[in-house]
Design a protein around this ligand. Sequence first.
Ligand code: PHE
Length: 339
Amino acid sequence: MKEKLDLILKNGLEQIEKCVDLKALDDVRVRFLGKQGELTAILRNMKEIPAEERKNVGMLANVVREKLEKALSDKLAALEERQLEIEMEKEKVDITMPGVGVKKGALHPLTKFNNKFMDICVAMGFTVIQGPEIDTDYYNFEALNVPKNHPARDMQDSLYITDNIVLRTQTSNMQVHAMEKMKPPFKIVCPGRVYRNDDDSSHSPIFNQFEALVVDENIGLKDLMKMIDVILKKLFGEDVKMRVRPSYFPFTEPSIEIDATCQMCGGKGCSLCKGSGFSEVFGAGVVNPKVLEMSGIDSKKYSGFAFGPGIDRSVMVTNKIPNIKYLYRNDLRFLKQMR
Ligand code: PHE
């Protein structure tokens, strides 16, 4: 019996030693120590062993069991450790490898310029509103006092959907929408896309404007000029110079055209400003009382002023962009230079 137990121990230890994974180890455990296991069988049949041998065999069998259990648990620990090592090896990150660069996005130059303009206006108390790009002839022309024979009404210059529905040619349509809905005094600003039948290197059929309108009591041209002066300084810097020229818009009276220090040459004179050092930035004026009345505002009590800058031209000039179309092509090679 002693030899049998020694053999079980020897075989058991050998087989445990040979195990390369947890499954094999468990099979060995079952084979020796499981319910039907070789050692279990001996322990279970102790009764059949002659009484004088029983004690010694019993002790020896327990020693064998303890040794096998110890070997099993040592092997288990070793295999588990090895398994962990294998997994860690698989997941190992080579920290000396060059990293994958994170591509940072940026705002489009038109968006950036527009946001800057909006921030300035909001800080001055303007409310930002939005309105239709497809509008009726009434809002885009009629209610703005644009006469029937005005060239802007011609198909050559404007994009019509039907005889009465037009892609707005100016954000000034929002002056009418605002005046109809809002009670004076108010200050609104409306950024948006406008459409004209125009297409060359400095004109695009779609471009961006925004409209600012102030309606209040006792306001006029000098308030308008002061406000524009403040805005231009915030937009282009304290040194910017402003020049005012008379102009004509059917919905403002008087109408003016604002020029500012040419952002291309900084005022020195260049081909863009034709040597004058100034470039045109936007049209503006005191709201024609007829326009106030048409939208239901008492022109004896209230007056207003408005201005309507084009965004695209300013972005072109400040970034020295030769063709307006570059702003719409979303070519990353171009946009990256605008950062
Ligand atoms: N809507 C005019 C344009 O498109 C600009 C403008 C706006 C002029 C407001 C006067 C007042 O040219």
